[in-house]
Design a protein around this ligand. Structure first.
Ligand code: FAD
Length: 475
């Protein structure tokens, strides 16, 4: 292994010998500032986040994760845990501490007979889809394929299969976990069921998941997918129509409506560049023929500006259709809120927030939450906000740092203005960072929050894993 210089963190210095010894014990690599590869490795998806950890441990095996946890604790280093690096708040990095990067641990193994999938803690949705689709299977995940399965699953996981097969966390049947003490344990229904409960929506609070075991379902290879843009001048009518559709849609349909401006991209006719749109997007988890019939109304609200709908490859088209809208390094600040309804007053308020969008890349999103998501009992998993019929996403997306304030302010104000239409729960995988702190955790988890705090005390009493939507250990 290469020789490494000593570094200092805010708390204390760690000598070159200690770092060299760490490097010698790892199967993967350790990087520190000024080394080749460090700059690339320190970057996370959100360009708003520009941090310089003292050490980045690129883990190749569970043993590396154990070694890194012990090292961080022995040297009093702040720990960040990274799966796919797509956390909007940038929780997968820090300044002056140690990053445990599970990126190299992205193997996926499928047991098609048992319909079980084992995936490393660093796998992305694309890794998972590629392996499962070989067997005509899929695990419900999110809608952008570069996202890490780890952060996504631990925080919930909302995607194109949710209403039929549930959230990602609902399909988690077991996990290999490295605890704050550096022990390797398994959580499943049979052992440490309390921990499995917490991993299903309680975030990265209880340990580092080195391997996820998921239940998979028959999906694809082709599915019917709707992607239809209507002119934004009819936003009120469009959202009412969408509400009406969702009220009777079968569980096979998972959909959202997005309000934004047509980007100046070749795929759209030039005549509509810059025009406001309402996009209806929906996936049918069933046969293509049935999907064509059931989804057809979403294509018939009005004369569309463009309609890209049709049977599509689940892995190659549906799961990647939004990828290019979220390039690495752009600036992002998102908020979210569960809505009690999508009645006319709510729609009116959404229209106002949409009109206040500060930039053409920003959007206001309405996700329909139904079927399998709401059938799971509130106490069956840690996940909060399950009862709500809609999730509102406020996405500030922009390029120029000079526009930071306008974008962040808009997202904060928009979500505040929508509070009267919500029980107060947020989807904790979306926020740029959690301003509400304890208050938001309380309103998101409700009565379950005390149970989460007790679980945190059991598995991480010293709050070693605190760079996340943090559950404070019960005192
Ligand atoms: P990372 O930044 O790597 O990690 C985030 C946090 O998760 C870490 O700080 C840590 O607390 C925890 N963590 C990560 N890995 C582990 C591990 N192995 N063990 C324990 N804790 C760990 N969410 C949806 O539900 N549906 C979507 O469709 C969706 N689309 C998205 C699209 C984009 C472009 C982006 C950026 C995000 C999207 N999200 C979506 C939100 C996403 O779920 C979160 O941003 C999530 O945190 C990303 O996980 P990650 O592993 O990539 O993040």
């Amino acid at each position: 292994m290469h020789s490494l210089k000593s570094f200092s963190s805010k708390e204390r210095k760690v000598g070159a010998d200690a770092v060299n010894e760490l490097a010698g014990r790892l199967r993967g690599d350790v990087l520190q500032p000024e080394e080749a590869g460090y700059d690339e490795a320190r970057h996370v998806w959100n360009g708003m986040v520009d941090k310089r950890p003292a050490l980045i441990v690129q883990c190749a095996h569970t043993d590396d994760v154990v070694t890194a946890v012990h090292f961080a604790r022995a040297n009093d280093l702040l720990l960040a845990v990274r799966g796919g690096g797509h956390n909007v708040a940038g929780h997968g990095t820090n300044d002056g501490g140690l990053v445990i990067d599970l990126g190299p641990m992205n193997d996926v193994e499928v047991d098609p007979d048992a319909r079980l999938v084992r995936a490393g803690g660093g796998a992305t949705i694309a890794d998972l889809d590629a392996a499962t689709q070989e067997h005509g299977l899929a695990v419900p995940m999110g809608v952008v394929s570069q996202t890490g399965i780890a952060g996504l699953t631990l925080g919930g996981g909302i995607g194109w299969l949710r209403n039929k097969y549930g959230l990602s966390c609902d399909n988690l049947v077991a996990a290999e976990v490295v605890t704050a003490e550096g022990k390797v344990i398994t959580a499943s229904a049979a052992e440490k069921a309390d921990l499995l409960w917490g991993l299903r929506g309680g975030g990265g609070n209880f340990g580092i998941v080195t391997e996820f075991t998921f239940r998979a379902h028959p999906v694809g290879p082709e599915v019917m997918f709707v992607f239809t843009l209507y002119h934004g001048s009819k936003i009120r009518e469009a959202l009412r129509y969408y509400r009406g559709y969702c009220e009777t849609a079968p569980d096979e349909v998972s959909s959202f409506a997005i309000c934004g401006d047509v980007p100046p991209e070749e795929v759209f006719p030039e005549t509509i560049h810059g025009e406001p749109y309402v996009l209806f997007a929906a996936c049918y988890a069933g046969s293509v023929e049935e999907g064509q019939r059931v989804l057809q109304p979403l294509r018939e609200f009005d004369e569309p500006m463009v309609d890209f709908s049709g049977p599509m490859s689940y892995a190659d088209d549906v799961q990647t259709i939004l990828d290019e809208n979220y390039p690495d390094g752009m600036r992002y600040y998102w908020k979210s809120l569960y809505l009690d309804s999508l009645d006319d007053d709510v729609i009116e308020a959404i229209v106002r927030q949409n009109e206040a969008r500060p930039g053409a890349l920003s959007t206001v999103d309405v996700w329909h939450m139904g079927g399998a998501v709401r059938e799971v009992g509130a106490d069956e998993s840690a996940f909060g906000g399950r009862e709500a019929p809609y999730l509102l996403g406020i996405e500030a997306n922009w390029e120029d740092a000079a526009d930071d304030e306008a974008n962040v302010t808009w997202a904060r104000e928009a979500v505040k203005a929508m509070q009267p239409f919500s029980g107060g729960a947020e989807y904790l995988n979306f926020p740029g960072f959690l301003e509400g702190g304890e208050e938001t955790m309380q309103s998101t988890f409700g009565e379950k929050y005390e149970r989460l705090r007790a679980l945190k005390r059991k598995y991480d009493p010293n709050n070693v894993f605190r760079l996340n939507e943090n559950v404070k250990p019960a005192s």
